[in-house]
Design a protein around this ligand. Structure first.
Ligand SMILES: Cc1cc2nc3c(=O)[nH]c(=O)nc-3n(C[C@H](O)[C@H](O)[C@H](O)COP(=O)(O)OP(=O)(O)OC[C@H]3O[C@@H](n4cnc5c(N)ncnc54)[C@H](O)[C@@H]3O)c2cc1C
Length: 395
């Protein structure tokens, strides 16, 4: 695989840069820089999504017939990298990059027509109802019950750790429609309107002080059977397909590169103000290690994503990407806090909140705390290792 850009790709890079210079508003850049959560504020993400939709560049990953762009993997990579380097936020992937591929692959024509345009326009804001109080890593043991009643299901039970459920108007849920066989059998994939009577949401606050996750309760919630994706009791297959996109459907190296740039500015700031900063060279060594690991991740991402550029799914290799991108990002967070040193203390949200500084420095500690969760969400690091051992290495 040739990792050097062609003249056409350089021209494309210029086109993207010009677009970003003209269309990326400074308040979105500022909100992104100061954000310490997994996702930026809903309003900010949707504003940026609308600008990209107008340009026709919101979903380069989607097939053209649904509103995607016919770009090569290199173009997709360039676009992603330039967006992060310019300070643009990540679009919220729940609908766009997780649910949409499932609807495209397994949904009915009616579901494609109904849901895909609303996901793209931002009219529908989705959350993910997979985990339950007794079903996280062991997802197949989920119990949220959906009992048939004429043309509907009646849904009872609860989901937990549901990111942005308090902001979402729709939830895609794994439900139990049969308990008689193996746990993986008897699961169905259901699309539920959060405004249906019987759905309620309770907040869970994280140690970073954020309200991102929730518990969602379903009390005799009536859901039309036509909102089921694919066949009854076959939801496990669709659920796994979605997880591959959640774990490795995009490029994380450009995002991490941007994180590294923020670390460089912290280091430059420390060098300027502390005479013997990093006298032992330890910080420089840790940065060099991160840069090497990031290069390896970047090449792995390009390799995997160019292999699936024909519209396929990332496959179990996505676990390699999730494992390594999480590790790298957390190492950058840790090193950032180390470089900040005692200056980080008043920014600890547990100790009374982050001072309202006008720059990204105030988000370093909350970001470190928030990103501890990355080794858990989307499937824990241990679970990714199990998948790699079994499905990639065949052990
Ligand atoms: C911030 C955040 C956001 C989230 N957002 C969502 C969301 O939007 N929607 C959603 O459905 N879920 C969401 N989750 C839930 C997430 O997917 C689960 O937390 C995760 O799958 C782990 O499940 P658990 O919390 O039940 O832990 P458990 O499964 O109980 O695991 C506990 C520990 O045991 C280890 N472990 C478990 N099984 C094994 C094994 N077989 N081998 C080795 N080690 C093992 C795990 O690695 C972990 O360290 C979110 C979680 C967090 C923290």
């Amino acid at each position: 695989m040739d990792l050097k850009f062609t003249p056409q790709e350089h021209a494309f890079q210029q086109e993207v840069r010009q677009f970003l210079a003209a269309k990326l508003p400074p308040h979105i850049v500022e909100a992104t820089a100061n954000n310490s959560s997994v996702f930026v504020e809903k309003e900010i993400a949707l504003e940026w999504q609308a600008i990209l939709v107008e340009q026709g560049w919101a979903v380069p990953q989607w097939p053209v017939e649904h509103g995607g762009v016919q770009w090569t993997p290199a173009q997709k990579y360039i676009f992603s990298k330039e967006c992060y380097l310019a300070g643009a936020p990540m679009l919220i992937p729940l609908g766009l990059l997780m649910l949409a591929p499932v609807i495209m692959a397994f949904g009915s024509e009616e579901q494609k027509t109904e849901f895909l345009p609303k996901i793209l326009s931002g009219e529908h804001y989705w959350c993910q109802g997979y985990s339950e109080p007794g079903a996280g890593s062991d997802l197949a043991s989920l119990k949220l019950k959906a009992e048939p009643d004429g043309d509907d299901y009646i849904v009872n039970g609860s989901k937990i750790w549901t990111t942005h459920a308090h902001l979402a108007d729709h939830i895609f849920c794994l439900v139990r429609t049969d308990s008689s066989g193996k746990p993986q059998h008897g699961i169905s994939f259901l699309l539920i309107d959060m405004n249906t009577p019987g759905v309620s949401v309770a907040p869970i606050l994280t140690m970073a002080g954020d309200h991102e996750v929730n518990q969602v309760f379903f009390d005799n919630v009536r859901v039309p059977k036509k909102n089921r994706i694919g066949q009854e009791n076959q939801g496990w297959n669709y659920a796994k397909y979605l997880l591959e996109f959640e774990r490795g459907g995009g490029f994380s190296a450009p995002r991490i590169k941007h994180e590294l740039q923020r670390l460089y500015s912290l280091v430059a700031r420390a060098r300027h103000s502390i005479a013997d900063f990093d006298a032992s060279g330890e910080i420089a060594r840790r940065i060099a290690r991160l840069e090497i690991d990031l290069k390896a991740l970047e090449i792995t991402e390009l390799r995997i994503l160019s292999a699936v550029s024909g519209g396929g799914n990332p496959g179990p290799e996505s676990s390699i990407l999730k494992l390594n991108s999480t590790r790298l990002e957390q190492q950058i967070n840790e090193l950032s806090v180390d470089v900040l040193g005692y200056e980080g203390l008043p920014m600890n949200p547990i100790e009374g909140g982050s001072p309202n500084r006008p720059d990204f420095i105030s988000s370093v500690v909350p970001r470190y705390l928030n990103n501890r969760a990355a080794s858990i969400f989307g499937g824990s690091q241990e679970v990714q290792r199990n998948i790699i051992a079994k499905m990639v290495l065949g052990l």
